[in-house]
Design a protein around this ligand. Sequence first.
Ligand SMILES: Nc1ncnc2c1ncn2[C@@H]1O[C@H](COP(=O)(O)OP(=O)(O)O)[C@@H](O)[C@H]1O
Ligand SMILES: O=P(O)(O)OC[C@H]1O[C@H](OP(=O)(O)OP(=O)(O)O)[C@H](O)[C@@H]1O
Length: 188
Amino acid sequence: MSHLIYLMGPSGSGKDSLLNAARDSLQARGCYIARRVITRSAEAAGEDAVSVDAQEFARLKEQGAFALSWQANGLAYGIPRVIDDWLGGGHDVVVNGSRAHLPAARARYSQLQAVLLEVDEAVLRQRLLSRGRESAKEIDARLERSARLRSDAGMEGVWRLDNSDSLEMSVAHFLQWFDGLPVRHPGS
Ligand SMILES: Nc1ncnc2c1ncn2[C@@H]1O[C@H](COP(=O)(O)OP(=O)(O)O)[C@@H](O)[C@H]1O
Ligand SMILES: O=P(O)(O)OC[C@H]1O[C@H](OP(=O)(O)OP(=O)(O)O)[C@H](O)[C@@H]1O
């Protein structure tokens, strides 16, 4: 069975950066990266996410368009159902997930491999500030959420990847870990 790689980490820890930097190497390994649907403005959503308003998100969810969905930071996030086709076709898939939603994701995907991207609190604040996407108030709320979810509870079996150093180093560690995942057995 192919792997569903569920990448988590506080907002600002570098999930999007890591995925973008590893994109070509993952693609070369036959691994797909899911494009999230987010109720964030098109400008702030970036190229690797689809921006919708809350009404459209609710409609898509109602139609069963999402394999996984959650709410956090005042936003709704959805992972398109197409990931089930990719997994069924033997591809590994990476999703940019939520720590709070991990139990639900694990319940749905027995083949889930969880990764937690970590940076210390001071670095996180600095990165959120330099990214400049959120207001000071939104950044404070993200740091509060990060501190609240920083416990080890429910994180058993999660591989931790430190992203305090260079992104290149994190990508190299991530790919090394990916290459060491158990062999995929078609149809198992
Ligand atoms: N290893 C790194 N070193 C320095 N800056 C980084 C590193 N990883 C990410 N960043 C920067 O930190 C900010 C947050 O990264 P981002 O990928 O948007 O995080 P996330 O998707 O987890 O919210 C961005 O401005 C990004 O350029
Ligand atoms: O339960 P948590 O682990 O806190 O995660 C909740 C959400 O927060 C993050 O999104 P955010 O809006 O910050 O977008 P980003 O990942 O692009 O920073 C993360 O990607 C999750 O979708």
